[in-house]
Write a protein that binds this ligand. Structure first.
Ligand code: TEU
Ligand code: CA
Length: 527
């Protein structure tokens, strides 16, 4: 799976086919050729199941049905068949740590039905746990005189995986979608599913990476996708560590193909706290890359490579500012080389390939995201809006910029969220015309990796570890060796002292050489 590229689609904001302002399945189907043409193997669609949409579909009320806002099961069938025709596989996003409180199971539980109360985590007394979306992780239900656990919003109740009936239900859901033609799954916060029988006060590590998660994953695999090599599975791991991640993603352990970990996108947090305006820590970023890549490469485990997703701010707005359009292009390309030449399965979030930047929000009412509101409402600091401008998930959830027509070609109606206010230089239309665009480079890079086995199966090793501006690593396979050098800063660097030799086989900019890296310059040398 290390040679595979996955394109992540946030359906609400991808393409609207019926002018209601909400992207939909038919919209996706109309853009499959574009995705295939870029070189992708899979598309991952974030949840499109029936949902009250409190957390944009990560609060599922029925795992077997498509929410009408996205279309019908027939539309989905049509999407899958159209994708199959061009050899593109469709992945679904399974949110199995929790359900919406509108799910039937939870509604039954609320009515006092014991069987369904045992599907969730009800307790007489809460622990001191905090919700990841601010406030307590417990909500009191007066009729039952009990509290239920929700690690996320209070409308997202955590499931009780210790109950074998719950696990059976979840396996059944996966098998249903496998039969329907789904070829891969992303499992939402799957390392949080193992709660102890007796819950203790403490921090998030009371429910993160509990050993029983491995047992649950093995069992799930056995009962569902175990015998199909084409199924791609990726687990989203909240606050995990290398040791556990290796267990989830090692080839011989039969749990998952690969995992998302988030340490590298938190290098601008302050003491693990997201809501700050910190500058990113380059040294820390290098260390994280090197620690994770080395461990995974040594253990024959597969990492998921990604810079952005629907929970992150736009890559083009992160990791140093570029002061000119040209430097912005260099930076986008350098970051792409820096990430995707690593070892692992690659994931690219819609719009990253266009070089889209954050959206500007002027007022709290312009936002849509529940995490954003929970933060805003639970805090009083004057710079809340400014912090949200840098950190809100809505920055990347605004519609795709296809062309320069109405709503950038996304919809003939009024979009559900405000438009991205980036200039027209970032539309797909413009990216396609410009030979030097971010898009042309992404396409080139994908082909480059797929044609070089060393970047797929080769070992990984960092070097120039103490250099304050360059992130560098080597990939080796048999007698092939490549060096990758990435300048993370907007200033040219003289690299004569490194005495580099060999041929430059990939560069993000014609001004780079073996002696000099341009502003945000990056090169691959064949040694
Ligand atoms: O996100 C998991 C997660 O841990 C988030 O708290 C993430 O770290 C945060 O958004 C960063 O600020 C997953 C989904 O990707 C996210 O969209 C959902 O809201 C969340 O789970 C709950 O299902
Ligand atoms: Ca629509």
């Amino acid at each position: 799976m290390k040679d595979k590229f996955v394109y992540q689609i946030y359906p609400k904001s991808f393409m609207d086919s019926n002018a209601d302002g909400i992207g939909d399945l038919n919209g996706i189907t109309s853009k499959l050729d574009y995705i295939k043409n870029m070189g992708f193997d899979y598309i991952w669609i974030t949840p499109v199941f029936t949902s009250p949409q409190n957390d944009n579909g990560y609060d599922i009320a029925n795992y077997y049905d498509i929410d009408p806002m996205f279309g019908t099961k027939d539309d989905l069938k049509n999407l899958i068949l159209s994708a199959e025709k061009i050899d593109l596989k469709v992945m679904f996003d399974m949110v199995f740590n929790h359900t919406s409180i509108e799910h039937n199971w939870f509604q039954e539980a609320l009515k006092g039905n014991q069987k369904y109360q045992d599907y969730y985590i009800f307790r007489d007394q809460p622990t001191n746990w905090k919700s990841k979306f601010s406030g307590s992780a417990w909500t009191y239900v007066e009729d039952l005189d009990k509290y239920y656990l929700h690690i996320f919003d209070e409308t997202q109740a955590d499931l009780n995986w210790r109950n074998p009936e719950v696990r059976k239900e979840l396996h059944k859901i996966i098998n249903h979608w496998l039969d329907f033609g789904i070829k891969g799954f992303r499992f939402d916060v799957i390392n949080l599913i193992g709660k102890d029988i007796e819950l203790q006060d403490g921090n998030k590590f009371q429910y993160t990476d509990k050993p029983i998660v491995h047992q649950f994953l093995k069992e799930m695999r056995q009962n569902t996708f175990a015998n199909d090599e084409t199924i791609l599975t990726v687990g989203e791991m909240a606050s995990t560590n290398i040791e556990n991640s290796l267990l989830y993603a090692s080839k011989n352990r039969d749990e998952l193909d690969t995992i998302f970990s988030f340490h590298h996108v938190k290098v601008d947090y302050e003491n693990h706290y997201k809501w700050t305006k910190n500058f990113f820590d380059f040294k820390e970023l290098k260390n994280i890359f090197s620690d994770w890549q080395t461990a995974f490469s040594n253990e024959n485990a597969n990492m998921a490579l990604f810079w952005s997703n629907h929970d992150q701010t736009r890559l083009a707005s992160r990791f140093n500012k570029a002061s000119t359009f040209n430097n912005q292009l260099n930076k986008n390309k350098m970051l792409a080389m820096s990430m995707y030449l690593h070892q692992g399965t690659s994931f690219i979030f819609q719009g990253e390939e266009l070089g889209l930047k954050n959206t500007t929000f002027h007022h709290i009412d312009e936002f849509k995201d529940i995490e954003t509101f929970n933060y805003y409402n639970n805090h009083t600091n004057d710079d809340r809006l400014e912090i949200l401008g840098q950190k809100s998930r809505d920055n990347c959830r605004t519609p795709m910029l296809w062309n320069n027509e109405k709503n950038y070609g996304f919809s003939d109606g009024r979009p559900w969220i405000k438009n991205n206010d980036n200039s027209r230089d970032f539309t797909l239309e413009h990216n396609l015309i410009d030979q030097n665009s971010t898009l042309s480079f992404y396409k080139h890079l994908i082909a480059f990796k797929k044609n070089n086995l060393t970047f797929i199966d080769g070992s990984y090793e960092t070097y120039l570890n103490d250099d304050p501006h360059i992130y560098a690593f080597k990939r080796k396979l048999d007698n092939q060796e490549y060096s990758v050098l990435c300048n993370y800063f907007e200033k040219p660097l003289n690299i004569e002292e490194f005495g580099l030799r060999g041929d430059i086989v990939l560069t993000n900019n014609q001004n780079n050489s073996l002696h000099k890296l341009d502003n945000f310059g990056a090169i691959v040398i064949k040694n």
